[in-house]
Ligand binder design. Structure first.
Ligand SMILES: [Zn+2]
Length: 253
């Protein structure tokens, strides 16, 4: 079996004490590589450091997360992207869960980052929370845009809209949660060739390790649940999601 974790924040300080062991366990779980998204330039540089330390194991992405609209800087992001050291722009998106006052700002910042994605021909890693009402209209302004809806929280209808636009859907530990029937329906509906898997470490640990710090090796619980939903062997699903991740992010390892 071989697989990829398409989203893990391994630079997080929660890994400072035992990062090497975490990486060792990831390798023992047959994880071939890990995509490391960031939320601003500072975390992107931490992601790059991991990428330098473990070439062909970590692949860094850079972008401004919707939580912190004040940090956004178009020129700075453009300059980072010109270094050609990133495989994607992310994570970026819309998050209406906490603060509804910054919705317009979030939309504007997302559009600017979509412009940069087209300029640099990179996929986008989307974080969308309570904002499915707006995201599709914005995507439709950028027909050439491609990428993934990370840590998918929508149901079948939202999945349908995502797939119509050619995007991938990444499932996380959420599909193991008791109250996530909607997300499981979306997983059931999504064709295998459009599915990615992720941990979103250190967040969102899957059952049966829910509540603990999440780490890439726990991805096996996400895969097991997903293979149950899809009625396919775990190792086959692992290979398919690995190859989907490689083709989305244009990774050859
Ligand atoms: Zn994330």
């Amino acid at each position: 079996m071989r697989l990829a974790d398409s989203h893990a924040h391994l630079y997080d300080k929660k890994f400072n004490k035992d990062r090497e062991e975490v990486i060792e366990r990831a390798k023992n779980t047959h994880i071939e590589f890990i995509i490391v998204p960031s939320e601003d330039i500072n975390s992107a540089h931490k992601a790059l450091r991991l990428q330098d330390e473990y070439p062909d194991y970590f692949f860094a992405a850079v972008g401004f997360h919707p939580h912190d609209t004040e940090k956004f800087n178009y020129e700075l992001l453009d300059m980072e992207l010109k270094t050609k050291r990133y495989i994607a722009i992310g994570e970026i998106g819309l998050d209406y869960y906490y603060d509804k006052d910054i919705i317009e700002e979030q939309k504007y910042i997302l559009q600017k980052q979509f412009e940069l994605a087209l300029k640099h021909d990179l996929p986008v890693i989307l974080h969308i929370r309570d904002a499915f009402s707006d995201i599709f209209d914005i995507i439709d302004e950028f027909p050439e845009l491609y990428g993934v809806f990370h840590c998918f929280t929508g149901g079948k209808e939202e999945a349908e809209e995502v797939l119509k636009r050619g995007f991938y859907i990444s499932f996380s530990g959420i599909i193991t949660y008791k109250n996530a029937d909607k997300v499981r329906e979306a997983a059931d509906y999504t064709p295998l060739e459009k599915i990615l898997v992720e941990t979103d470490s250190p967040y969102l640990s899957p059952v049966p390790v829910r509540g603990k710090r999440n780490e890439p090796s726990f991805i096996i619980h996400v895969l097991n649940k997903l293979s149950e939903i899809k009625g396919i062997q775990t190792n086959k699903l692992a290979e398919i999601t690995l190859s989907n991740t490689k083709s989305l992010f244009k990774i050859n390892v």
